[in-house]
Design a protein around this ligand. Structure first.
Ligand SMILES: C[S@@+](CC[C@H](N)C(=O)[O-])C[C@H]1O[C@@H](n2cnc3c(N)ncnc32)[C@H](O)[C@@H]1O
Length: 268
């Protein structure tokens, strides 16, 4: 189980968060020896008033307290991160469901598209995982995630990796223990037009198709966070022989936010 400070969220002071420090987690499968805490950049914002918020983000900003209950403590977001962040109640429910579903031998979770940290924070708060690795290729977004995790008191329980997740998985293939690892993937869905069709064709998901993502983690238990109207026939095709995929719709206020596919590993 992950260690967590006396069960209570420790709200970090803003000035502490941007400091670089090394945290030796070299015992973690596939983890880099050190986690560097990146500085917030000019791309990172904590919008306080609607007048500061770019027009296309305002509808998300109005839901800021549903997205992060600790928003007012100084949550930081890049403008792009608003479109993809998993709202806190959904992230917490997924973390709870995964804790119950994942076999006991699964002790490491790798969040390969960490974004602003919505899911990684929930996984850390669940205290289910010995190792949590969060990968994000955009340095400003990763800095937001680290900062936001610090607000929830869990930043030091996550190994942060600023990298392309596909390169990371292939380069660390020899040290990642597939039998004890779960991959969580909440990929970009291709922009706001993803919802324009009745059934979402996952093979056209941009920039990574479902097949490409699945191929990168097929030997590991994987959890895929996908558009609510995803083509279920395409999801079903990911099932290893003689195994089943569980699919759960996650709703807030009666509306589905996403579907999550719990995909067994091909080999274990
Ligand atoms: C939908 S968002 C993830 C949101 C996240 N679950 C959260 O709650 O904040 C997808 C993220 O994946 C990142 N990303 C896209 N391609 C990537 C790659 N190849 N490797 C790592 N991160 C990537 C994007 O920069 C973006 O922040």
């Amino acid at each position: 189980m992950a260690k967590k400070k006396s069960g209570k969220r420790k709200r970090a002071q803003e000035e502490d968060i941007a400091l670089d420090y090394d945290d030796n987690k070299s015992n973690q499968p596939g983890a880099t020896a050190n986690t560097t805490f990146l500085p917030l950049t000019g791309q990172c914002h904590h919008y306080r008033k609607v007048g500061e918020v770019p027009f296309d983000i305002q509808k998300y900003w109005h839901q800021r307290h549903s997205i992060f209950s600790e928003y007012d403590a100084g949550i930081q977001m890049t403008d792009d991160a608003w479109f993809g962040v998993t709202p806190e109640p959904v992230a917490n429910q997924i973390a709870t469901d995964l804790s119950l579903r994942a076999p006991d031998e699964k002790t490491t979770i790798i969040d390969i598209f960490a974004g602003a940290g919505g899911n990684a924070i929930a996984f850390a708060l669940s205290e289910r995982w010995t190792n949590i690795i969060a990968i994000e290729k955009d340095a400003s977004t990763l800095a937001c995630a680290q900062h936001n995790a610090a607000i929830y008191g869990v930043s030091e329980f996550i190994t942060w990796v600023n990298a392309d997740c596909f390169s990371y998985l292939s380069e660390n293939r020899s040290t990642i223990d597939a039998s004890s690892t779960v991959i969580f993937a909440s990929p970009p869905w291709g922009g706001v037009t993803y919802s324009n069709t009745e059934i979402f064709d996952l093979s056209t998901m941009h920039p990574y198709s479902i097949q490409e993502i699945h191929k990168a983690c097929t030997d590991m238990y994987s959890v895929l966070y996908l558009p609510r109207h995803s083509d279920l026939r395409q999801v079903a095709k990911l099932a290893p022989k003689d195994k089943k995929i569980d699919i759960v719709q996650y709703c807030m206020k009666g509306a589905s936010k996403a579907l999550v596919a719990y995909v067994p590993a091909s080999s274990t």
